[in-house]
Design a protein around this ligand. Structure first.
Ligand code: 13P
Length: 250
């Protein structure tokens, strides 16, 4: 299994900034180890420029941060998986906590997107994670299982393991500088792995589970050694090629 090192640029970077960062990143990752896969989730408006910047660099993949579960239609402001493919994307994020909390995306809607995007030919990183209140009130497992059940409800049991990844991102660790501890990460990733064993038994050991939340070059190596951690999803520290390349190569 290749570890999946993913950058989520959120709502940062215009197309010039994005393509310059990506070109810089590609140079820093020319000697990417065989066991690492890299994907950058750039803003929609920068995707085509990023795709051009990467033209000869097959070792970095592009992703969109969201999509709508339809081929086309009267869905003002939305983007279809086909449109993402057309801009050079191989991946899409689904269910990021910022979309769940700020835009009001439900577990069921996230599941519809996940299945639709996979069927349309995109690979998906499905994000899950609890708030501090949910954790403090002992609901960690319930929340993760609820998000997993709905998020994976409609996907084919024949799905290739490398086409879907789960990202565990505790909401209280995102952008706060407060990285989850080794026990907390290992506990939550075990919940995800156990769920996968029941839902997708054949693929369960090969589906990658990423950790996200205040990942930095300094803490990546330790996080990557934990049980059931098969990659990272990085926000703030992915915005500079210098720091993200150190994370990828950690
Ligand atoms: P930070 O790395 O900035 O905490 O963000 C994590 C995240 O939300 C990645 O999707």
């Amino acid at each position: 299994m290749k570890t999946l090192m993913a950058a989520n640029w959120k709502m940062y970077k215009n197309k010039e900034e994005a393509s310059a960062t990506l070109a810089d990143l590609a140079l820093r990752l020319t000697a990417l180890p065989q066991n690492r896969e890299v994907v950058v989730f750039a803003p929609f408006t920068a995707l085509s420029a990023c795709s051009s910047a990467l033209a000869d660099n097959s070792h970095i993949a592009l992703g969109g941060q969201n999509c709508y579960p339809a081929a086309e239609g009267a869905f003002t402001g939305e983007i279809s998986p086909t449109m993402l493919l057309n801009c050079g994307c191989a991946w899409v994020l689904a269910g990021h906590s910022e979309r769940r909390s700020l835009i009001g995306e439900t577990d069921v809607f996230v599941g519809k997107k996940t299945a639709y995007a996979l069927n349309a030919g995109l690979n998906v990183v499905l994000c899950i994670g609890e708030t501090s209140g949910e954790r403090d009130s002992g609901k960690l497992t319930d929340v993760l299982v609820r998000q997993l059940e709905a998020g994976l409800a409609d996907i084919s049991t024949d799905i290739a393991a490398e086409r879907i990844a789960l990202a565990y991102e505790p909401v209280w660790a995102i952008g706060t500088g407060r990285v989850a501890g080794p026990t907390e990460i290992a506990e939550s990733h075990a919940v995800v792995r156990n769920f996968l064993k029941k839902r997708l038994p054949r693929q369960s050991q090969d589906i990658r589970i990423l950790y996200g939340g205040s990942v930095k070059p300094e803490n990546t190596k330790e996080i990557m050694t934990l049980d059931n951690v098969n990659g990272v999803l990085v926000g703030g520290a992915s915005l500079q090629a210098e720091s993200f390349s150190r994370i990828v190569l950690a």
